[in-house]
Structures are given as C-alpha cells and as structure tokens.
Write a protein that binds this ligand. Structure first.
Ligand code: KIV
Length: 268
C-alpha cells in the first residue's frame, strides 16, 4: 500500500481541477482527528460551530479566539494527513486587517494550515492582507452563521437574481484578493455549481448541492449526536452502522462518489 502523504494546498487545487471530490468534516479534538484521518477525510475544520455542538450555545457569536486556539491545538495533535482549517471567530477579524492578521497568526501557531472567515465585500481587503503575508484563507459565503441575526434567520442565500449576482461578484473579488478556497453554505445548487465550474480555487459546499469540489458537514450532525431538528442538508451516516469509523468512511465514500448530497433531497 502506498504511504498516504499529508494533504497540501496544491493537492487540493489539483483535486478541484481534476474533479476528484474533497471530503471535509468539522472536528474539535484529537481523538476524532485521528479517527477522521484514518477514515480518509481530506480536510478537518475546527468550526466555530463548536459553540453550538460542544458548548450548547444558540449561536456561534459567543465563541472567542481562546476557544478556537484550544480546539485547534487539540485537533492538530491528533492529525497526520488531513488539511486543517480553523475558523476566525466572530469579533476576531472585524475591526482591522491588522487585528485579523494577529488572530489568524495565533490560529496558525496553534496548528491550523488555513483560516476561514465569513462574508464578502468588506472582508476582501482583509483576505488580501492575510493571504499576502502567507496565511491561506478560505472565504465562507452564502448563509454566514456569525451574522444570522442580520440575515433574518436560517435562510437560503442567493435565491433571487440580485443576491446571486452579488455572491458571484463577491466571490470573484475574494479570489482576486488571494482567497485559496471558497465555502458556500445554503445556496441554490445551480448557483454553487456555476461558481465552482468557473472557479480557479476549490469550492466546498454545505447545503449547496452536489456540484461543488467538495462537501462539509458538522460532525455531530452527520453522526446523529445533535438533538432536535436538523437542517435539510444533513444526512445521518450512522443509520444502519454500528461504528463511528464506518459512518465516517461511508460519508467519505459517498462524497467521493458524488452520491452525497442528492440535490433533490438535501439541496435548495
Ligand atoms: O463552523 C462550522 O462548522 C462551519 C461549517 C458550517 C462550514 O463553518
């Protein structure tokens, strides 16, 4: 068997170009990092969704940089192969580009390969500032959980012509500014597929249909640990399986085969 090499940004870019699907999951600790790595997950995201799934909060806004640093350190200890992305939490990149750099650099020192931030437009110059100084950035567009209040709730973004055009315009500006990856949450499948086909960088989707370069889900959702009603785009990969490793392997297999998500079932 050939030795699996650590994931790199050029390899992710090559997967995007060749159409080889990218499997990504959120991860918050060393134990799961080892297991997800073994299952073949390409990217681990230390998502600020930890505010919801670990801390029991109603939103991601209260998560602070120290929380993110702690969980990034834990994940990095457990991972051998996967690319590691850490979320810049709410209020850690908003006031100035310099503050954003400091927050991003702290996450890199804790073990992240890349940082993710939410929003387009005003974030463009921040992405340029961080990328030019050597930290790869993933830009999260569409539904942005940190600003759920100003979006008026958990709503699909980019449904009408005007907002779809804005998302496309902002994506282009972010890529021009140096964003090395794009992530779309809850946008129509057709819009995400169109952007992906034209994108020079990998595009990850969550509730954005099957036409993106890869998929991400919140770990606790796909393992059916999360209680209550889950978003339409979630699939329970533990159904009919009795080991977490098998559930995660099934997710990787389905993402790679393009059989998850199914637009008509999980999409908008
Ligand atoms: O924090 C998170 O888990 C995320 C995903 C929803 C992509 O940003």
């Amino acid at each position: 068997m050939t030795e699996r090499k650590p994931m790199t940004l050029p390899r992710l870019a090559q997967m995007h170009t060749s159409g080889e699907k990218i499997a990504m999951l959120t991860c918050y600790d060393a134990a799961f990092a080892g297991l997800l790595d073994e299952a073949g997950v390409d990217i681990l995201l230390i998502g600020d969704s930890l505010g919801n799934v670990l801390q029991g909060r109603g939103s991601t806004a209260p998560v602070n940089l120290d929380d993110m640093l702690y969980h990034t350190t834990c994940v990095r200890r457990g991972v051998k192969h996967a690319w590691v992305i850490a979320d810049l939490p709410f209020d850690s990149y908003h006031v100035s580009k310099e503050e954003a750099w400091k927050s991003a650099a702290a996450l890199v020192k804790a073990g992240a390969h890349m940082v993710k931030l939410e929003g387009g437009g005003w974030t463009t110059e921040t992405v340029r500032f961080i990328s030019e100084r050597g930290i790869p950035v993933c830009a999260h567009l569409g539904f942005t959980p940190q600003t759920v209040t100003s979006l008026g709730g958990f709503k699909v973004q980019g449904r009408d012509e005007e907002s779809a055009a804005r998302i496309k315009r902002e994506s282009q500006a972010l890529v021009d500014a140096g964003a090395a990856m794009l992530l779309y949450e809850m946008v129509p499948a057709a819009l995400a597929a169109e952007i992906t086909a034209a994108s020079p960088v990998p595009v990850i989707g969550i509730g954005a249909g099957v036409g993106t370069s890869g998929q991400v889900l919140v770990l606790h959702d796909m393992l059916d640990i999360t209680r209550g009603k889950k978003p339409r785009f979630v699939k329970n990969f533990m159904a009919g399986r009795d080991s977490i490793l098998d559930g995660v392997k099934a997710y990787v297999d389905e993402v790679k085969a393009g059989t998850f998500p199914v637009n008509e079932v999980h999409g908008f």
